[in-house]
Design a protein around this ligand. Sequence first.
Ligand code: IMP
Length: 431
Amino acid sequence: MREREGRGWCQVVVGCQWGDEGKGKVVDVLAGDVDIVARYQGGANAGHTVRVREREFILHQIPSGILHPAKRCLLGNGLVLDPLQFFEEYDTLRARGIEVEGRVGVSWRAHLLLPYHRLLDRAAEDRAAEKIGTTGRGIGPAYEEKVGRRGIRVVDAADPERFSALLEAGAARARRRLAAMGSTGACGLDGETGRCLELRERLVALGTDTGREVVDHLSRGRRVLLEGAQGTALDIDHGTYPFVTSSNTTAAGAATGIGIGPTRLDSVLGVVKAYTTRVGNGPFPTEFGPAMDERVRTLGNEFGATTGRPRRCGWFDAVIVRYAGRVNGLTGLAVTKLDVLDTLSELRLATRYRLPEGETAEFPPDTLSLEAAEPVYETLPGWERPTSAARRLSDLPAAARRYLERIEELVGAPVEMVSVGSRRGEVIRLA
Ligand code: IMP
């Protein structure tokens, strides 16, 4: 990571497909070189898997930087923070010997995701004619309340009486909505919502101004990593709406979601899997047929880190990633899970789409047309050799290098990192 004199360096790491690109691993590799790692959107719907030696950690809300000693980890105002899940994660890390005390800060402006948001999410999915396939973590209803200006923020927890009254009113609102949906979920202060009251003091002790912390660090010449969750195709504005999450997953969301100006962002690293996966419903043009789907899911262990759901698998889609290049202003790419393709004799890359009216598209059309889009493939030879021991580009078989070069050409951004295994060291760094 380069550094501008006296200005520090701020890098965004963003997913460029439908999430699960391996951002946790990439952030873990980069976090060694920075002072702060911050999350800027989403909530406990994320599941970032990181393997350190033989230990596996799945982080849902705390940034992956926590696994590096002494790094400051922030959760920005753009998140919908689930306090029950957050403190469970915090305490589990502590119990596993990770020093968390004094290292984690939560934006005063972050909205709280409360147990009743989860009930509302599940009730809405249960009765929807066309299901999104959400993670069931309450994300949509929590953001609805934020945008509807009824949300409860971390700062509201500072005053115990006010906090209790807000929770009571929120739970009552949720009960009315649940009843209207024919659901009978209990969400009073005597249940899980009440447990949030018990966590009040612990939460307030972590409150901070995340934007100010980041700017202070940058002006002292330090380095900051902003860690995205989910992926570009799940962005509320730029994704395959309505089959998306409820936040701006893209790079511009990093500035808003942490509380800094966009001119503070110096580079944007886009993370892509060497193939494509998707969980939940919605269009997926390069999705495999059943046999190949099963094979790659097994090779790549493609099961959701948050819900355990099997991920849908498909060929690398350069149309989606080219679009991600545009909406994120990518300065580089990190390609993950290259090793998963080691045994395939040939690989296909979607270079553009053929639309029903016969024209071709270099960028994804709207969601309805995307359902009917037919990928135009290019076939490249596989390398049929293990790649996990490679630490330099020249260690890779020629066919694997060619595959990566073709991704660079089709997307228009340079490959800066290649991950060839799930362990921390199994990586090739080019920048
Ligand atoms: P929600 O974010 O739980 O509302 O789910 C909305 C859509 O985003 C669904 O298709 C989910 O499967 C997907 N999604 C949410 N979080 C993740 C993630 O971390 N990885 C992959 N897909 C996700």
